[in-house]
Write a protein that binds this ligand. Structure first.
Ligand code: NAP
Length: 216
C-alpha cells in the first residue's frame, strides 16, 4: 500500500514515515514543503513530493496520484496565528481531502484534535477555539465524503518515548500520549481496514497498539 503523508516533516510525520518504511506491506511518499527536508526521507528510501499546503488542489492531487492512502498529519502549530490555522488546519486539510478524491485515492486517515465537537469549540478559550473550529470543520468535511476515512483524535501529545500501549475508543478520559505511539496507531490504522468509517480518541494506556486498533 502506497501512502502519501501530508505533514511528513512533522514530529509524528517523520516517525510515521520511518515505521511505514520498516513495514513490508506499506511504502511512504513524504509530502514536504522544502527541498532541504528531503534527505531524511531519501535515506529511509521514501519518495518525496515538494508541496505547500497553501498550494492549490491540483498540485496536491498530483502528489497523491498513484497512492492508495493519504494520511493528514500537518498542522500550523502554536507559533502562528489564526490566519494559518484557517489556511492549514482547515483549508489545507480540506484541499488534501479534495485532492485525494481527484486523484482517485479512497483511503484517508486524518489526525484530528482530541475533541472536535461543537461543545469543544464553545468550551475552548479564545486562543484555542479557532484551532478547534478548524479541526471540527475539517472532520465534518471528511465525514461527508465517500472516502474510506478514519479520524484519529489524539490526546495531548508528548515527546516521551513510545510505550507501544494506548487506550483507544470512541470516548476516553482526556490524557497525554507520546507522538511515537500516535505514529504506531496510524500505521496500525492503515493496516486494519476494520477502522474504515470510524473515529476514535486515543491516549496513553495499557493495551498494545495493534490490539487496541483491532478492537475498535
Ligand atoms: P508538527 O511537528 O508541528 O508538524 C506539523 C507539520 O505540518 C510540519 O512538518 C510542518 O511543516 C507542516 N506544515 C505546516 N504548514 C505547512 C504548509 N503550509 N505546507 C506543508 N506543510 C505544512 O506537529 P505534530 O506534533 O507532528 O502533530 C501533528 C498533528 O497533531 C497536527 O495536525 C496537530 O494539529 C495534531 N494534534 C496535536 C495535539 C497536541 O497536543 N499538540 C493534539 C492532538 C492533535 P514544516 O516541517 O515544513 O514546518
Amino acid at each position: 500500500m502506497k501512502v502519501l503523508v501530508a505533514g511528513a516533516n512533522g514530529q509524528i510525520g517523520k516517525q510515521l514515515i520511518s515505521y511505514i518504511q520498516e513495514s513490508e506491506s506499506l511504502e511512504a511518499k513524504a509530502m514536504i514543503r522544502k527541498e532541504e527536508q528531503a534527505s531524511y526521507f531519501k535515506e529511509l528510501g521514501a519518495e518525496t513530493a515538494i508541496v505547500d499546503l497553501e498550494d492549490d488542489i491540483d498540485t496536491i492531487a498530483k502528489a497523491a496520484e498513484g497512492m492508495d492512502a493519504v494520511v493528514f498529519t500537518a498542522g500550523s502549530g502554536p507559533n502562528t496565528g489564526p490566519d494559518k490555522t484557517i489556511l492549514i488546519d482547515l483549508d489545507g486539510a480540506v484541499k488534501t481531502i479534495e485532492a485525494a478524491k481527484k486523484a482517485g485515492v479512497k483511503r484517508f486517515v486524518m489526525v484530528s484534535s482530541f475533541d472536535t465537537t461543537r461543545e469543544a469549540i464553545l468550551n475552548a478559550d479564545s486562543s484555542f477555539a479557532p484551532y478547534v473550529a478548524a479541526k471540527h470543520y475539517a472532520d465534518v468535511w471528511l465525514r461527508d465524503t465517500d472516502l474510506d476515512y478514519t479520524i484519529v483524535h489524539p490526546g495531548k501529545l508528548t515527546n516521551d518515548e513510545g510505550t507501544g500501549q494506548v487506550e483507544a475508543a470512541e470516548k476516553v478520559e482526556r490524557g497525554e500520549v507520546p507522538r511515537e505511539d500516535i505514529a504506531s496507531v496510524l500505521k496500525a490504522v492503515l493496516e486494519n481496514d476494520s477502522t474504515i468509517g470510524k473515529e476514535f480518541q486515543v491516549v496513553g494506556g495499557s493495551t498494545p497498539v495493534q490490539e487496541a486498533v483491532k478492537s475498535l
